[in-house]
Write a new protein. Structure first.
Length: 86
């Protein structure tokens, strides 16, 4: 026979694990939002949905990668000031 308490315990553990994951995702998205603002993206990357924030963050990262590559090609070794505008 199944112990009703064990079923309820498993449900509670699952719900707690889901909440923990949601909390971690919310914290990470908040961190991305702050980084985007510090990078000069302002509210542009943060005014929409979570998906839009992530898409804008990906574009910003790609932009930064391109800048790093350009600096390497110029021989600056990454010591020049990067322009954060997209």
């Amino acid at each position: 026979m199944t112990n009703p308490n064990s079923t309820e315990t498993r449900r509670r553990q699952h719900a707690d694990a889901q909440k923990s994951q949601r909390d971690r995702m919310k914290a990470a998205l908040g961190q991305i939002e702050r980084i985007m603002k510090m990078g000069g993206m302002g509210n542009e990357g943060t005014s929409g949905t979570k998906a839009e924030l992530l898409e804008t963050a990906v574009e910003y990262i790609q932009h930064l990668q391109k800048q790093v590559e350009e600096l390497r090609e110029l021989g600056h070794g990454g010591h020049a000031t990067l322009d954060a505008d997209i």
